[in-house]
Design a protein around this ligand. Structure first.
Ligand SMILES: Cc1ncc(COP(=O)(O)O)c(C=O)c1O
Length: 427
C-alpha cells in the first residue's frame, strides 16, 4: 500500500511532488531519479524544532545538528541551514559540504570512530562546536594535533550506554561490543587525561543509541545512568556543560509504522535532560529527509517465469542499497493507474546479484513496460549510499519546492565514470 504523504499528492491519478507531476520529471530528466520535497524537509525540521524548543527554559535553546550522512546533497544542506539547522559530520568531506552550504562552524559537531589526523586537523581549523570523542587513543591524537596547531579542541565524550536501540542490528550503535563510544570507566579516564592536555577542553557527553527508535522508553533506558554519571563527574571537578543526545528518530516505511511521540519525547527531555543544566544538541538524520524523497524509476520489463512475476525496474541496488543491505522494506507505488487490478510481484533491478531485489511477493497495482513507479521513503540513506556497481552512472537528484524544481545533482555520464581511470602505458 502506497504511503500517504500530503507533499506527494495524487492528482488526476498521477502522483506529484508538491505541485509537480512525477511524469513530467521523468520526461525531462529520465530515470532513475531521486526527487525530494523541500516543503516536507522544512515541515519535519519545524515539527522537531518546535517540540524541543517548546520545552526549553526561558533563554535557553537546544541545537539541532542534522546528521548529514542521511543525505548530504548541498542544496538540502543549504535548505536546512536557512531554517537555522546545524550539522553533524562524520568525515572531512561532510565538513567541507557543511561549510560550503554556509553552516556556522559553531553549529557543527563531528562524530566517528576512525577520525583521521587530517580530519581532526580540519575540524580544529574550522573551529567547530565540538568533536565527539570515541576512544582514548583518539583523544591522545586530538591533543597532539591541537598542540601542534596551538589551537583549542573542544571535545565531548561519546558514552556507550550498553543499550540496544534501533530497527536493525546493523544500525544499533549503543550496545556493549559495538565499536562506538567509551565505556563509563573510560569516560572518567578520558576526563582525567584531558585535564593534563594543554589544548583540549573537555565539556561534556554524547549518547547515540541507533536508528528508528520509536519508544521514549528506549531513550530513557539509554540515559538512565546519565544523571548519576554527570553528578560523579562534577563531584570529581570535571565540567559537564554540554550533552549531545544523538539522533535515531523514526520515520514511516509503512503506513502502520510507529512514529516517536514527539511531545512525549520533548517532555522526557524536559524532565530528564534539562535538569542536568547542560547545553543540549540533537543529531536527527533520517527524520528530516527520509519521507521527503522518492526514487523515481521506470519499468524496463515484466518477466513471467517460474510461476512468478518479476517487475524489473531501471533502478537497482546500486541506486538504493537499503533493501539489499538491511533487508529494508520500502513501499512501492505506481505513478499512475493507481486503481489497476492487483498483481503479486517480485520487484527487482537489473544488477547481476539476486540481492538486487527490492521486495518479494508484493501486491501492487498491475504495471507494464515503461510505466513509472516510485520507491518511497528514499530520501535518507538512498543517494548517499549509491555506487557505480555494474558501471551504472549514479541517478540524478531533483528538488521540488512548490511549483519550482531544479536539478540538485546531475545524472552521472559515462565520461564522469571514466574521468579518473587510466590505463598504464605498458599495457
Ligand atoms: C552518531 C550519529 N548521530 C546521528 C545519526 C543519525 O541517525 P538517524 O538517521 O537514525 O537519525 C547517526 C546514524 O548513524 C549516528 O551514527
Amino acid at each position: 500500500m502506497a504511503l500517504q504523504n500530503p507533499f506527494f499528492p495524487v492528482k488526476d491519478d498521477t502522483m506529484h511532488v508538491e505541485r509537480i507531476a512525477l511524469t513530467s520529471i521523468a520526461e525531462e530528466f529520465g530515470t532513475p531519479t531521486y526527487v525530494y520535497s523541500a516543503g516536507h524537509i522544512r515541515n519535519q525540521y519545524k515539527q522537531l524544532n518546535d517540540a524541543i524548543q517548546g520545552i526549553m527554559p526561558e533563554g535557553r535553546s537546544a541545537m539541532i545538528c542534522y546528521a548529514c550522512k542521511a543525505n548530504s546533497n548541498l542544496a538540502i544542506l543549504k535548505l536546512l541551514q536557512q531554517e537555522g539547522c546545524g550539522l553533524e559530520v562524520v568525515s572531512e568531506g561532510e565538513l567541507i559540504r557543511g561549510l560550503k552550504a554556509g553552516i556556522d562552524p559553531q553549529k557543527i559537531v563531528s562524530t566517528g570512530v576512525g577520525k583521521t589526523n587530517q580530519e581532526i586537523r580540519a575540524q580544529i581549523e574550522a573551529d567547530i562546536y565540538n568533536i565527539n570523542v570515541e576512544s582514548l587513543p583518539e583523544l591522545e591524537r586530538i591533543s597532539a594535533i591541537a598542540d601542534d596547531m596551538n589551537k583549542t579542541a573542544r571535545v565531548i565524550f561519546r558514552l556507550n550506554p550498553e543499550v540496544s536501540g534501533g530497527g536493525h542490528h546493523k544500525i544499533s550503535t549503543g550496545r556493549r561490543g559495538d565499536k562506538f563510544g567509551l565505556m563509563k570507566d573510560d569516560v572518567f579516564k578520558a576526563y582525567d587525561m584531558a585535564k593534563g592536555m594543554k589544548n583540549v577542553q573537555a565539556l561534556g557527553l554524547m549518547i547515540h543509541i541507533g536508528s528508528q527508535v520509536s519508544q521514549v522508553n528506549a531513550f530513557d533506558a539509554a540515559f538512565s545512568k546519565l544523571p548519576a554519571i554527570v553528578g560523579e563527574l562534577r563531584a570529581a571537578g570535571h565540567t559537564v556543560s554540554r550533552l549531545d543526545i544523538g539522533g535515531g528518530f523514526p520515520v514511516k516505511y509503512t503506513q502502520d509504522d510507529q512514529l516517536l511521540d514527539l511531545s512525549a519525547y520533548a517532555n522526557w527531555v524536559r524532565d530528564i535532560i534539562v535538569p542536568l543544566d547542560v547545553d543540549i544538541a540533537l543529531e536527527p538524520g533520517r527524520y528530516l529527509v527520509a519521507n521527503s524523497g522518492v526514487l523515481l524509476t521506470r519499468v524496463t520489463d515484466v518477466k513471467e517465469a517460474q510461476g512468478q512475476n518479476f517487475l524489473i525496474f531501471d533502478a537497482a541496488m546500486n541506486d538504493l542499497l537499503r533493501p539489499a543491505m538491511y533487508d529494508a522494506y520500502h513501499e512501492i507505488a505506481p505513478v499512475q493507474n493507481h486503481n489497476a487490478p492487483e498483481t503479486v510481484y517480485d520487484v527487482v533491478g537489473p544488477v547481476c546479484e539476486t540481492g538486487d531485489t527490492f521486495t518479494r511477493d508484493r501486491t501492487l497495482p498491475r504495471m507494464k513496460r515503461d510505466d513509472l513507479a516510485v520507491i518511497q521513503t528514499a530520501g535518507a540513506y538512498g543517494m548517499c549510499m549509491s555506487s557505480n556497481y555494474n558501471t551504472r552512472p549514479r541517478a540524478a537528484e531533483i528538488l521540488v519546492d512548490g511549483d519550482q524544481y531544479a536539478v540538485i545533482n546531475a545524472r552521472e555520464s559515462y565520461d564522469d565514470l571514466f574521468a579518473r581511470e587510466s590505463v598504464p602505458a605498458w599495457l
